[in-house]
Design a protein around this ligand. Structure first.
Ligand SMILES: Cc1cc2nc3c(=O)[nH]c(=O)nc-3n(C[C@H](O)[C@H](O)[C@H](O)COP(=O)(O)OP(=O)(O)OC[C@H]3O[C@@H](n4cnc5c(N)ncnc54)[C@H](O)[C@@H]3O)c2cc1C
Length: 472
């Protein structure tokens, strides 16, 4: 009998799993699979709107180039020539400080400068913060000796190295921008693992960045361009994966409603929009649904596993404003801005999409995507598109000055879209994995487990599909 597999949830995680299963099937692996998605569209948070020459990203706008898995997938899908890279030559990130956009010093790796000289003269930091940076380099031995052997919060970690001001002005908004979360709760080992490793080896993070730069220089290594995306937007990755699926495997507007077991097999009940209820039975079940959905189902299967999956989530609201070439719009050269708490704006960040990547706007056009995260996002979610757009434009104008009425506005709400990896997340996920393995035939996919970024999701989902098909 061919192995039967069911994939639930058609975001990038579920799609990458279904893509891998289809590939295995074409290569002759004996398997059948069904793929169900509750909504009318595949991609989940991965969505690109294309209109009037604008390529508007509603969720992710690219991925970190150093993580190869999404780029490898794009190449495999024949999109080698569609890969585009961030305009690193014009890379400047601004931080809103006392009502003005201040550029982050050159050569920073997140909140870590490569030289103390690069901090001289920047109005971004007070003298006290500059002294804290200088002291971090002096404290290398001490920091190495006292590095904790347990997880801690991102806030505690950054504070130990650079103090409260650096945490508030760039540490929190940089991480908040990625995870929309509260740095006092987030696990440093889960969300800043490379920095934890740097501390273990060098004590001082500045010393670690300097050592790495020096090694790269000696080896003649060029850093890859920081971010990778696709000419037609990241949504093109979802569209290309979907195009490879064999006829008949995909059921759209089909929501899984219940999960149970029949001996070693998994049973999933689904409801179509016309209320038809179906029962699917499979040897393996890949759940690529948002974490709270998955957790609710797990309760009936393994209550302790469900408990381990207890985690808060953070919402995002995004409004993209597009301006045609004849509209007078100007912002400083660079990738966009971060807006720290306490600096008078309710925005979290505002990437200048026209400048961050090529091909996002018609020649001479402009685009900015303004984000809200956490509680700010939650307070906006129930409002109409028009109200969100009007409010966002007001907030944005406080930062970049007066803006004309946009030629195109796109608003998206992503409620509870970003699971928060709290302190101890890594240990909890190890325990969860052991329980899930013991159940047999179950694979938990998506952004709640081993990373929120597209590359990690693609890597893990493809690997899980191969395991479910028993080829690895
Ligand atoms: C605003 C924003 C910006 C981001 N920017 C970046 C970035 O630049 N780079 C990056 O790498 N990452 C970024 N991320 C993170 C990344 O986009 C997400 O982690 C990723 O898209 C999540 O994919 P997923 O498949 O896990 O979940 P989702 O995209 O949430 O997909 C889950 C799917 O399950 C479906 N579903 C739900 N319930 C059911 C059910 N009962 N039955 C069937 N189907 C169901 C949903 O309809 C949905 O399609 C960003 C995230 C956000 C919110």
């Amino acid at each position: 009998m061919p192995r039967s597999i069911l994939v639930v949830g058609g975001g990038v995680a579920g799609l990458a799993a279904a893509y891998e299963l289809a590939k295995l099937q074409r290569a002759g692996t004996a398997l059948t699979f069904t793929f169900v998605e509750a909504s009318k569209r595949l991609g989940g948070i991965l969505e690109t709107v294309r209109q009037d020459g604008f390529v508007v990203e509603c969720g992710p706008d690219g991925w970190v180039s150093e993580k190869p898995w999404a780029s490898e997938l794009a190449k495999e899908l024949g999109m080698q020539n569609d890969l585009v890279f961030s305009n690193d030559a014009e890379r400047v990130t601004y931080v809103l400080r006392e009502g003005r956009l201040q550029p982050m010093p050159d050569g920073m790796r997140m909140m870590v400068p490569s030289t103390l000289e690069s901090l001289e003269g920047t109005p971004l930091f007070s003298d006290a913060a500059r002294s804290a940076y200088a002291a971090e380099l002096q404290r290398a031995e001490d920091l190495k000796r006292t590095a904790p052997d347990h997880d801690e919060s991102v806030a505690d970690f950054v504070q130990r190295h650079f103090g409260e001001e650096v945490l508030r002005v760039i540490g929190a908004p940089l991480l908040g921008g990625v995870l929309g979360g509260d740095v006092r709760q987030l696990s440093v080992r889960s969300v800043m693992k490379p920095f934890v490793d740097m501390e273990r080896e060098h004590g001082s993070l500045i010393a670690a960045v300097q050592a790495r730069n020096e090694q790269n220089r000696r080896e003649g290594k060029q850093r890859p361009l920081i971010f990778t995306s696709l000419r037609n937007g990241t949504g093109a990755l979802a569209e290309a994966m979907a195009a490879t699926l064999p006829p008949g495997c995909l059921r759209m507007e089909c929501a899984a409603t219940a999960i149970s077991r029949n001996g070693p097999r998994w049973v999933v009940e689904t409801t179509d929009t016309d209320r038809t209820v179906r029962r699917h039975e499979a040897d393996a079940l890949l759940l690529a649904t948002p974490v709270h959905r998955t957790q609710a189902w797990l309760r009936g299967v393994d209550a302790h596993a469900a408990e381990l999956l207890e985690m808060p989530t953070s919402s995002a609201v995004i409004a993209a404003f597009c301006f045609s070439p004849d509209q007078p719009v100007q912002w400083p050269k660079g990738f966009g801005f971060l807006s720290p708490a306490g600096e008078g704006s309710r925005l979290l960040a505002g990437p200048f999409s026209d400048q961050k990547y090529p091909n996002r706007v018609p020649e001479g056009g402009h685009m900015v995507r303004a984000y809200f995260g956490g509680a700010e996002a939650d307070s906006l979610i129930a409002q109409s598109d028009e109200a969100i757009a009007a409010f966002t434009r007001e907030e944005l104008q406080k930062v970049v000055g007066l803006l004309p009425a946009p030629a195109l506005t796109v608003v998206r709400r992503w409620p509870g879209a970003l699971p928060q990896y709290g302190v101890g997340h890594g240990d909890r996920m190890t325990q969860l994995q052991a329980r899930v393995d013991a159940l047999g035939g179950l694979y938990l996919l998506g952004n709640a487990y081993r990373g929120v970024g597209l590359p990690e999701l693609v890597r893990d989902s493809r690997a899980a599909a191969r395991q479910a098909a028993e080829v690895d």
